[in-house]
Design a protein around this ligand. Structure first.
Ligand code: HEM
Length: 290
């Protein structure tokens, strides 16, 4: 108990000191003030950049969350299953795989298809400019945003028009690094990987894929936790209206309502995803056996 109190007090003091030190450095010194003035955290977009969230962004965002939750759940099931419940094999023959793996890869294909459509739409509508760091200026500006978060004077929010540089780097990393990495390492371990691709197989062995795949999931989970926390901590109603209702600042609860319905659907699907259901789905697409 004493250790708990002492530990707790020390952590609070430590966190408060870090906040204070960063505050003093950023706003109490000429160099700090100059740095923030030069790198405010946000980089102006070119005039042609689109504003707001079209319907496809809203749909894609929700579908991504829907499949991502199921993908994480089924991936986690693979990790803690030592003896597969059943096996699955295509009707055309080929490798027998654990049914847990079939269901994970099955859901992955929806997640991946949604992601590919998303990236194609990003580039065909100009929306990419909002999530790709297009100059080196993003680095010092992201440092500035990070320091502003730590100082507890958070960067001003204008997600409808432009994200701060740290957000851009986080979204870019998630869309263009983490997602492809999850897909390529997952495909490498799956039965979809062509057995004949021996040379590629040697440079990129299954063991390497297995080592990378799980940490990528951890990255996704951390990203989602921070992302959802910040959505709620920086103007929940407004942010939810942006992404679930497509309006900027009408102060209504519409976005929140749609978000809640969407979440109920996601949780419902995650709960329904039980062996009874997964076995049926697997049997529709191949042979389920011992
Ligand atoms: C196209 C996308 C993906 C494919 C094809 C794929 C494929 C696979 C395969 C074949 C396995 C079984 C590995 C084994 O035999 O041990 C696996 C495991 C797993 N997957 Fe995926 N996956 C994909 C995306 C994802 C994503 C996006 C996540 C989470 C964010 C994820 C989370 C997991 C987890 C947690 C495991 C268990 C890993 C372990 O046992 O260490 N997967 N995946």
């Amino acid at each position: 108990m004493t250790a708990f109190i002492v530990g707790g007090t020390l952590s609070v003091v430590l966190v408060a000191s870090v906040v204070l030190i960063v505050r003093v450095l950023l706003w109490g010194t000429p160099a700090g003030r100059e740095f923030v003035a030069r790198y405010p955290g946000e980089i102006p977009l070119p005039t042609w950049a689109p504003e707001g969230f079209p319907a496809w962004v809203m749909w894609q965002h929700w579908l991504n969350a829907f499949f991502m939750v199921l993908v994480i759940k089924t991936g986690w099931t693979i990790r803690r299953t030592s003896r597969p419940m059943a096996s699955w094999q295509s009707r055309h023959g080929g490798r027998k795989i654990p049914i847990e793996q079939f269901i994970h890869v099955f859901l992955d294909m929806f997640w991946l298809a949604n992601g590919i459509v998303f990236v194609v739409l990003l580039f065909s509508t100009g929306q990419w400019i909002r999530v790709v760091p297009f100059s080196w200026e993003f680095i010092p500006n992201a440092v500035s945003s990070a320091l502003q978060y730590v100082s507890l004077s958070w960067p001003t929010e204008d997600g409808w028009v432009n994200y701060n540089a740290l957000q851009v780097l986080a979204y870019f990393t998630t869309i263009f690094l983490a997602a492809p990495l999850a897909a390529i390492t997952g495909l490498r371990m799956s039965a979809l990987w062509p057995a004949r691709a021996e040379r590629v197989g040697r440079v990129f062995p299954v063991e390497m894929a297995r080592k990378v795949h799980f940490p990528v999931m951890i990255y996704f989970v951390l990203f989602v936790l921070v992302h959802v926390f910040l959505v709620f901590a920086t103007g929940a109603l407004r942010n939810l209206n942006h992404m679930y209702w497509g309006t900027q600042d009408d102060g209504s609860w519409a976005g929140f309502t749609v978000f809640t319905v969407g979440m109920v659907a996601i949780v419902g699907a995650a709960v329904a995803l039980r062996p009874i259901v997964t076995t049926q789905v697997a049997a529709l697409f191949g042979r389920v056996g011992r």
